[in-house]
Design a protein around this ligand. Structure first.
Ligand SMILES: Cc1cc2nc3c(=O)[nH]c(=O)nc-3n(C[C@H](O)[C@H](O)[C@H](O)COP(=O)(O)O)c2cc1C
Length: 232
């Protein structure tokens, strides 16, 4: 079945559904510019379901691992890969059945390795269906876990002109003692403006693991859809 006809899933809070857009052929020069596989470490194969994450403080990795655990329960064995440690060979990713990216936000943008991956993904000769999960603190607020409600998610998808099969934002972790002085003051300021905790001793995990489990279940369904509910 062509990827442009992908995905029919029941809707639900916090998870947006989109149809996969038609693939565009990149120019050879664009491909070579985006061949980031020369960076230290490579993921040579993206066969089957590929799961990547971009993290600094570890929460996006925990989210990716939780998704992997849910997938394992459905018989889908997948190892999460850190995009900062081993960047996938873009051409190999074109063969993936489904690509999942879990990326943390820093100062209004997803981490650079996630942005690079999305740019490389966008010009693949064939676009496998994409699931994008943003991890940020804004998502702790009601209604801020969807594409419509979360501007980091919305802006990133717009900037890269992506139409993921599934996109959602998940609340991350606030850990003031872990941050350097500047970051701590900046995050405290943001928290003050948005009604969050400002005590510099605060360590709190806002992640809604039940919502992550729902995302994991939806990814499993995307990969092995229920008859009559659509396929990839
Ligand atoms: C320096 C810094 C900047 C951040 N900037 C934002 C931001 O602009 N918006 C937001 O919602 N969360 C922001 N966060 C919160 C992170 O997205 C959140 O802590 C997340 O759990 C980090 O993921 P990681 O542990 O995988 O790195 C920031 C956190 C830090 C430390």
């Amino acid at each position: 079945m062509p990827v442009s006809d992908a995905v029919v899933l029941p809707g639900g809070a916090g998870v947006a559904r989109r149809r996969i857009g038609a693939a565009r052929s990149p120019s050879p020069s664009t491909l070579s510019r985006l061949d980031l596989s020369r960076a230290a470490g490579e993921v040579q194969s993206c066969a089957g379901l590929a799961l990547f994450y971009a993290t600094r403080d570890g929460q996006a990795r925990l989210v990716a691992e939780r998704i992997a655990a849910r997938l394992a329960e459905t018989g889908l064995g997948v190892t999460p890969h850190d995009l900062a440690a081993a960047f996938p060979v873009p051409a190999a990713c074109a063969a993936a059945a489904l690509i999942v990216v879990v990326a943390a936000v820093r100062y209004g943008r997803h981490l650079p390795e996630a942005e690079r991956f999305l740019a490389a993904y966008r010009v693949l000769p064939r676009l496998p269906p994409l699931v994008f999960v943003s991890v940020n603190l804004t998502a702790r607020k009601p209604g801020k876990d969807t594409v419509e409600g979360n501007r980091y998610l919305r802006k990133t998808l717009t900037r890269h002109r992506l139409e993921p099969a599934l996109a959602a934002a998940v609340a991350g972790r606030l850990d003031y003692p872990r941050y350097g002085w500047f970051d701590r003051q900046m995050i405290r300021l943001i928290m003050k403006l948005t009604g969050g905790p400002t005590d510099p001793q605060t360590r709190v995990e806002f992640t809604d693991w039940a919502a992550v489990d729902v995302i994991g279940a939806r990814i499993a369904a995307l990969h092995a859809p229920v008859p009559g509910q659509g396929v990839i």
